[in-house]
Design a protein around this ligand. Structure first.
Ligand code: TYM
Length: 343
């Protein structure tokens, strides 16, 4: 690691390869990783082990994992500034999860909103679904990450990672783990479903036409989805926290995030709009402009899967160079005998 790198704040974030990556993931997380990557030392992880907490089709999971790597690169993740890797390629994450399980009270996991939400959708709840945030804590704290840029929905998990790091430090060795901070964007921290603006835009439902705009969607599809977006019976184009007006607010939030304008500038842009129809078309247009180059770069990257695999192999090596020694130290602190250690 260069001395320049070591003086930078360390960032860790992750994304699941299952479902279709959509503009909520991009605006809430990935774009912020890209924007700040030169200022930080970054680890971005495709969390395939997290995806396995619910049953996956094996071939589809493999396909989606590679495809997500290409999407992240196409979105601007630069391998010379950021380490991009697949979680299961670095065994330290799963091992670290086990060790952290030993210091995590089960009540902390049962309280997690995502666990409660996801477990009602499953016939059989895997032990891994409950354990999900402990693996996430291992991801983050094995890298001594200071910052974890995520959307609003992951705030609770990052806060749990803080609690777990602090508990380990308290039980074993003061200040062994850096206590990470969630970094939530000011715009688009929670992009809502276009078919139901009271529910978060979710990868799991991104295959339902009208719910989400997926990063690889063609312009016609994006226009179609925005035109069908649920709004209300009014005409006023203003930001609002009135639940009745959540649809229009969501469209304005998306526009604000894409254009990086202030709320006042956004409202001014729509002062001459002729109703919600106009609003929908103009939001669609800025989104189309944003995703077009990503989709084109993605196509090129997918033409060379061997290159993609090489990049991911380098990423895994770089990630292991940080997390494997940290894990070994963690084991030593907890009283495990390290292989070859004579003391
Ligand atoms: P995942 O794969 O569900 O989502 C990836 C990122 O996208 C953000 N996000 C959103 N932001 C705004 N609006 C939305 N509608 C929206 N939907 C999703 C998420 O907040 C996230 O930042 N558990 C994590 C993955 C993970 C992780 C980690 C994250 C595993 N280990 C360590 C950070 C650090 C997840 O399932 O994200």
């Amino acid at each position: 690691m260069s001395s320049e790198q070591s003086s930078k704040k360390r960032v860790f974030s992750g994304i699941q390869p299952t479902g279709n990556i959509h503009i909520g993931n991009y605006l809430g997380a990935v774009r912020n990783w890209v924007i700040h990557q030169k200022e930080k030392e970054n680890f971005f992880c495709i969390v395939d082990l997290h995806s396995l907490t619910v049953k996956q089709d094996p071939d589809e999971l493999r396909r989606q994992t590679r495809s997500l790597a290409a999407i992240l690169l196409a979105s601007g993740i630069d391998p010379s500034a950021s380490t991009l890797f697949i979680q299961s390629h670095v065994a330290a994450h799963a091992e670290g999860c086990w060790l952290l399980n030993c210091v995590t009270p089960i009540g902390w996991l049962q309280r997690m909103t995502q666990f409660k939400d996801k477990s009602v959708q499953q016939e059989t709840i895997s032990a891994a679904l409950l354990d999900y945030p402990v693996l996430q804590a291992a991801d983050i704290i094995l890298y001594d990450a200071h910052e974890v840029p995520v959307g609003e929905d992951q705030k609770q998990h990052v806060e749990l990672s803080r609690d777990i790091a602090q508990r380990f430090n308290h039980l074993y060795e003061h200040e062994f783990f850096v206590v990470p901070e969630p970094v939530i964007p000011k715009s688009a921290a929670r992009v809502m479903g276009l078919d139901d603006p009271t529910a978060k835009m979710a990868k799991t439902y991104a295959h339902v036409r009208g719910h989400a705009v997926r990063l690889l969607d063609e312009p016609d599809e994006i226009m179609y989805v925005f035109k069908r977006a649920v709004t209300d019976s009014g005409r006023e184009i203003r930001f609002s926290d009135d639940p009745e007006r959540a649809g229009v607010n969501n469209l304005l939030e998306i526009y604000k995030a894409v254009t990086s304008k202030t709320p006042e500038e956004v409202e001014r842009d729509f002062a001459d709009a002729r109703g919600y129809g106009d609003l929908k078309v103009r939001v669609a247009e800025v989104v189309i402009e944003m995703v077009n180059p990503i989709r084109e770069r993605y196509k090129t990257l997918m033409e060379d899967p061997a290159k993609l695999d090489r990049l991911l192999a380098i990423g895994a090596e770089q990630a292991a160079a940080v997390s494997v020694p940290k894990l070994a130290e963690m084991k030593r602190i907890m009283g495990l005998v390290l292989p070859g250690e004579s003391r």
